[in-house]
Ligand binder design. Structure first.
Ligand code: BG6
Length: 509
C-alpha cells in the first residue's frame, strides 16, 4: 500500500512549529505523537520542526521529553528508531498553564520564540486543540489576543479543532462566529478522523479513478445505500462526555454524514479542498431536514441493556461509570434519509450506528436494482440476490462485489459469488494511527479532508430536528436492546417497512 497522501503530494511542508494543547491527554499520547513520529520516519514531517506541548499538568521540557519517550515506546505503531526519536525528542518543549489565563499565552509566545531561535524556524505554526470542546473558543480568543493567529505571507497559522463542533445548530454557529473573530475560514481545520481512514479516502479514488462505476452510480441502477458503523465497545470511561452527547451527535453529525456525502456527491472538478467540499456540502443540503412526523416514522433510537460481548457479560449503559442511572441518552440510531436531487431522488439511504453491538464493523453497502428480465426461471431468480457492492472500512479494509455466476454442472444453477479485494492482500498496510494524513495535509495546507463550516452547518441542520423531537418525547422503552445484538427490533422494522433488510458482510480474507 502506498504511503502517499490522497492528494498525491509526497514531500513535506515548510518547516513549522506544532503546538499541541492538551499535551498530557489521551489523544496526544495514543494518536498524535505516534502519528507525528510516523510522518517523520516517512519523511513527510518537515526536516526542521519543533513540537510544543501545552497542558495544565505540572512539568517542564525535561519531564515532557521523558514522558513522551515513555509514551512513544508504548503507543508507536512501528518500531521506534533511536536516532529518529532522539531528533524528535530534543525538538520537543513543554509549557504548563491554565488556558483561561492570558499569561499562559504570553508565555507560549516566548516558548515559541525560544524554539524558533533554537532551530532557526520560520514563523509557521500549527495549533492542535486536543482539549475539551468548551475551551475551543477560549483558546482561540487567547491566541488571537496575543497575536499568534495573525498570518503574514512568510508565516502561516493553522488551527486543528477536534470534534464535537457544537452540540446543535445554534451552538455550532456560535462557536464558529467566535472562531472567526480571530481566524479566517482557511486557517480552521475541523478534523474528522473518519476522513483519515484508508477506505474512506478510497471512496473518492474508487468512484473517480474508475470509469465503470460513474454511469451506474445513480437512482436508475442503485436501489438503496446502507451505512453501518457498529462498535462492540461501550462508552468505556467516557460516560461523562457521552451521556450529554449520544450517538447522533457523537457519530452521525460528523463521521457518518461525511461518509454519506462522499458516496453521494457529484464528481468534483478537481481534488482540491474547495472543489470536493463544494460537492459534499451540496449533498448535505439536499437531505431535507425531517419534520417531527418523519422523525417518528424514519428514525429509531436505542440504548443498550446488559448483555454478552464475545461471550462475556457487560453492563447496561445506565450502569456505566459517570452515566446517570436514569439516563435517556441514545447509544443506537437507525434512520432512513433521502438525498433529494436528480441523482438520488427516492433512493433510501439507511444508516445505523451504535455501541455494544454484535460486531465491530464499518461498512457501506450499495444495493443495485434487480435485472429487468428473469431469464433463468422465477425459482432460480428468486434465489439470486441483486448485485451488491460493499465498501469495508474497518476492521478489515477492502471492497466486495457480489456478482452471479453459473455453478459448473449440466444444468443452469446461478449462484452469488463475492469478488473480494482486501487491502491486506494488496500490500503491506502502512502502520498508522489514522491521523498521519490529516496532520500532513494540514501542514501542507491541504483542506480536502477537513470540514468546512458550511458542511458542519448543513449536517447540524439534518440532525438538530431529530434531537429536538427525541428530547421533547423522551424514550419510554430504554434500555431497548441487549448488548451484543444488532440493536432494537425497531431497527429491522424500519427497513422491513420499505421492503429492505440490513446487510452485513464479513470481508473474506
Ligand atoms: C469517535 C467517537 O469520534 O469515534 C467515539 O467519539 C467512537 O465514541 C469513535 O468510539 C469510533 O472511531 P473508530 O475509529 O474506532 O471507528
Amino acid at each position: 500500500m502506498s504511503d502517499q497522501p490522497l492528494t498525491g503530494h509526497n514531500s513535506p511542508g515548510e518547516p513549522c512549529t506544532i503546538v499541541i494543547f492538551g499535551a498530557s491527554g489521551d489523544l496526544t499520547k495514543r494518536k498524535l505523537l505516534p502519528a507525528l513520529y510516523n510522518l517523520k520516519v516517512l519523511r513527510l514531517l518537515p526536516q526542521n520542526f519543533s513540537v510544543i506541548g501545552v497542558a495544565v499538568s505540572e512539568g517542564d521540557d525535561a519531564s515532557y521529553r521523558a514522558t513522551s519517550t515513555e509514551e512513544i515506546k508504548e503507543f508507536a505503531t512501528r518500531p521506534v528508531d533511536d536516532a529518529e526519536w532522539e531528533d524528535f525528542r530534543k525538538r520537543s518543549y513543554y509549557l504548563q498553564g491554565d488556558f483561561n489565563d492570558i499569561e499562559t499565552f504570553k508565555k507560549l509566545e516566548n516558548k515559541i520564540a525560544e524554539a524558533q531561535a533554537a532551530w532557526n524556524l520560520p514563523g509557521n505554526i500549527l495549533f492542535y486543540l486536543a482539549i475539551t470542546p468548551t475551551l475551543f473558543a477560549k483558546v482561540v480568543e487567547q491566541l488571537g489576543t496575543v497575536g499568534l493567529t495573525a498570518q503574514t505571507p512568510e508565516a502561516w497559522r493553522r488551527v486543528i479543532i477536534e470534534k464535537p463542533f457544537g452540540r446543535d445548530l445554534a451552538s455550532a454557529r456560535a462557536l464558529n462566529e467566535d472562531l472567526r473573530k480571530h481566524l479566517e475560514e482557511s486557517q480552521i481545520y475541523r478534523i474528522d478522523h473518519y476522513l483519515g481512514k484508508e477506505t474512506v479516502q478510497n471512496i473518492m479514488v474508487f468512484r473517480f479513478a474508475n470509469s465503470i462505476f460513474e454511469p451506474i452510480w445513480n437512482r436508475r441502477y442503485i436501489d438503496y445505500v446502507q451505512i453501518t458503523v457498529a462498535e462492540e465497545l461501550g462508552v468505556e470511561l467516557r460516560g461523562g462526555y457521552y451521556d450529554h452527547s449520544g450517538v447522533l451527535r457523537d457519530m452521525v453529525q460528523n463521521h457518518i454524514l461525511s461518509v454519506l456525502s462522499l458516496i453521494a456527491m457529484e464528481p468534483p472538478s478537481s481534488i482540491s479542498g474547495d472543489s470536493v467540499r463544494n460537492e459534499k456540502v451540496k449533498v448535505l443540503e439536499a437531505i431535507r431536514p425531517m419534520q417531527p412526523e418523519d422523525v417518528i416514522s424514519n428514525t429509531v433510537r436505542g440504548q443498550y441493556a446488559a448483555g454478552l460481548i464475545d461471550g462475556k457479560p457487560v453492563p447496561a449503559y445506565r450502569s456505566e461509570p459517570n452515566v446517570d442511572p436514569h439516563s435517556n441518552t441514545d447509544t443506537f440510531v437507525a434512520m432512513k434519509l433521502f438525498v433529494e436531487n436528480w441523482r438520488w431522488a427516492e433512493v433510501p439511504f439507511f444508516i445505523r450506528s451504535g455501541k455494544r453491538l454484535k460486531e465491530h464493523t464499518t461498512q457501506v453497502v450499495i444495493g443495485f436494482r434487480r435485472t429487468p428480465l428473469l431469464l433463468f426461471g422465477e425459482d432460480l431468480h428468486s434465489n439470486i440476490k441483486p448485485n451488491r457492492l460493499v465498501l469495508h472500512v474497518q476492521p478489515d479494509e477492502g471492497i466486495t462485489m457480489d456478482i452471479h455466476a453459473k455453478r459448473p454442472g449440466p444444468n443452469i444453477n446461478v449462484v452469488n459469488v463475492p469478488l473480494d479485494f482486501s487491502y491486506r492482500e494488496f500490500g503491506e498496510g502502512m502502520a498508522a494511527t489514522g491521523y498521519e494524513t490529516l496532520l500532513y495535509d494540514c501542514m501542507i495546507g491541504e483542506t480536502t479532508l477537513f470540514h468546512r463550516y458550511d458542511s458542519v452547518d448543513a449536517s447540524w441542520r439534518i440532525v438538530t430536528p431529530i434531537l429536538d423531537v427525541w428530547q421533547a418525547l423522551p424514550a419510554r422503552d430504554f434500555p431497548n436492546y441487549d448488548a451484543g445484538t444488532w440493536g432494537p427490533a425497531a431497527s429491522d422494522h424500519l427497513l422491513e417497512k420499505s421492503g429492505h433488510e440490513w446487510h452485513h458482510y464479513p470481508l473474506k480474507t
